[in-house]
Ligand binder design. Structure first.
Ligand code: ACO
Length: 435
């Protein structure tokens, strides 16, 4: 494939102190064009300043596309709504990793490979035991996933495509086992080994909720709903945790260490931690009559209170994943016979009011994927502390696909941002008695 980063004919001209600098304009398949500033410092001796990357494309990618104004999310060109309705998580994993929808034989082989790698090294069980019982499962996951580097030496050579592929399979296959073990450990129950005869989501439910003392039958409808939650979280182009994985891997770090870095970044409440924070917020509001007071608090900037599960750096329209998630919440609660769930009532009313309120409308703040996911996960029996680990396990395929794409890129260079230095200018050291 031709390198579309250099095949450009249009340019923009920047005038700095009378000197003209020509910047190539790169054309994407979809979305805004990009000014190529790679030679700017060499030619004009200036940096660009963009903290938070609001106007900066940090890489070229072919995996996921988001149009935040129109509320569009495409994986390898396919709309998330179609994938959520017609596909399933492992097929989406294949699509993200390899770039095309698998033929039946390819899918079967991939599913077999993933389900055969679900167990973790037995010695890793002892690693879990080093954590306090009350450790947040995300703390355990950051540690255990990073520790995989110490257990799987045969997939650490990032320059070997086959080893990279094995690392990808291992991470996708073992992440549910690790997340379930982190949960079991936190509630003092024995670890439940994976069952390779179950599909990906059913196996995760089994590892979380089965106990040795009695049989556990996975409800296929719940498994399907969980599979959809996994799909909705699978990838989201260059978000904070994915960019963290890319930056970590740009130094040549091994895949397990890079994914551990992604998990650490995801944990924050402005990112993956928002699903836990959103449900805690809905519970704190408690009843519909308390919503106006809460909205007033959110609008009062001095309160520091945000409407969790609302707003997005890229979506300035309804997050398409939130639409599917809202529908799933209705289906799952219906299936479980949960009528008049107060949390769902608060969520629906909060959304209705927020979508009409000028504060939110003028700032284009809409529900994001995390607004309804917690309600579904809670109804399935997961405690809030497991919401972000579930996000992490589902996002692993996105991280690893983006990692693969970056390592295979011949233009890979270490990520090394520059800065606008505003500290002291050079000055001489002062002896302690003279200060
Ligand atoms: N509640 C109230 N006000 C908000 C919210 C919110 N959730 N989100 C943004 N705003 C306001 C800001 O105060 C700011 O107002 P101002 O212009 O008067 O100063 C304006 O909207 C723009 O907000 P920024 O913080 O500049 O937007 P940014 O793109 O940096 O932040 C973010 C995006 C972090 C997602 C933010 O909307 C937020 O904190 N949301 C709540 C947390 C959340 O749900 N995170 C999940 C994101 S999706 C994901 O990771 C899966």
């Amino acid at each position: 494939m031709a390198d579309t980063r250099t095949a450009t004919t249009r340019t923009a001209t920047l005038l700095i102190d009378g000197k003209e600098v020509s910047l190539p304009i790169l054309t994407p398949t979809e979305g805004p064009e990009c000014l190529d500033i790679r030679r700017l410092y060499a030619e004009a001796d200036v940096f660009t300043y963009d903290p938070g990357f609001t106007s900066t494309a940090a890489c070229a990618s072919t995996i996921t596309f988001i149009d935040g104004d129109k509320g569009i999310l495409l994986h390898r060109g396919y709309p998330i709504e179609q994938l959520a309705e017609k596909s399933h998580y492992l097929e989406l994993c294949y699509l993200l990793l390899y770039g095309h929808l698998p033929k039946a034989a390819e899918l079967e082989k991939f599913e077999t490979l993933v389900t055969r790698h679900t167990m973790i090294h037995e010695q890793m069980h002892y690693f879990f035991r080093g954590f306090r019982r009350d450790a947040h499962p995300m703390a355990t996951m950051v540690g255990v996933v990073g520790a995989m580097s110490a257990f799987y030496h045969d997939s650490l050579d990032i320059n070997d495509p086959r080893q990279r592929e094995i690392a990808a399979f291992r991470l996708i296959a073992k992440m549910p086992t690790i997340a379930a073990m982190a949960y079991k450990y936190s509630i003092g129950q024995p670890f439940v080994y994976p069952r390779n005869d179950l599909d990906y989501a059913s196996n995760f439910l089994h590892m979380c909720f089965a106990v040795p003392a009695e049989p556990y039958d996975v409800d296929p409808t719940l498994a399907r709903a969980l599979d959809r939650i996994f799909m909705l979280h699978a990838d989201h182009e260059q978000n904070a945790s994915t960019s963290t994985v890319r930056l970590a891997s740009s130094s040549g770090a091994n895949p397990f260490a890079c994914i551990a870095a992604g998990i650490a970044c995801l944990w924050g409440p402005a990112h993956g931690g928002a699903n836990q924070a959103a449900l805690e917020m809905l519970r704190e509001i408690g009843t519909v009559d308390r919503i106006p007071d809460f909205i007033a608090r959110v609008k009062d900037k001095s309160s520091g209170q945000r409407l969790m599960g609302f707003g997005h750096r890229v979506y300035k329209n309804y997050d398409p994943r939130a639409k599917v998630m809202k529908q799933s919440a209705d289906e799952v609660l219906d299936l479980l016979g949960i009528k008049n769930n107060p949390t769902l009532q608060v969520a629906r009313e909060l959304e209705r009011i927020a979508l009409e309120d000028d504060y939110f409308v003028s700032r284009k703040l809409y529900p994001n994927v995390d607004f309804y996911s917690g309600i579904i996960l809670e109804a399935m029996g997961f405690p809030t502390s497991m919401f972000t680990p579930i996000f992490a396990l589902a996002r692993t395929v996105g991280w690893i696909s983006q990692w693969q794409e970056q390592i295979a890129d011949p233009q890979l260079r270490i990520g090394r941002p520059r800065q606008l230095y505003q500290g002291e200018a050079q000055r001489d050291y002062v002896e302690v008695e003279d200060r």
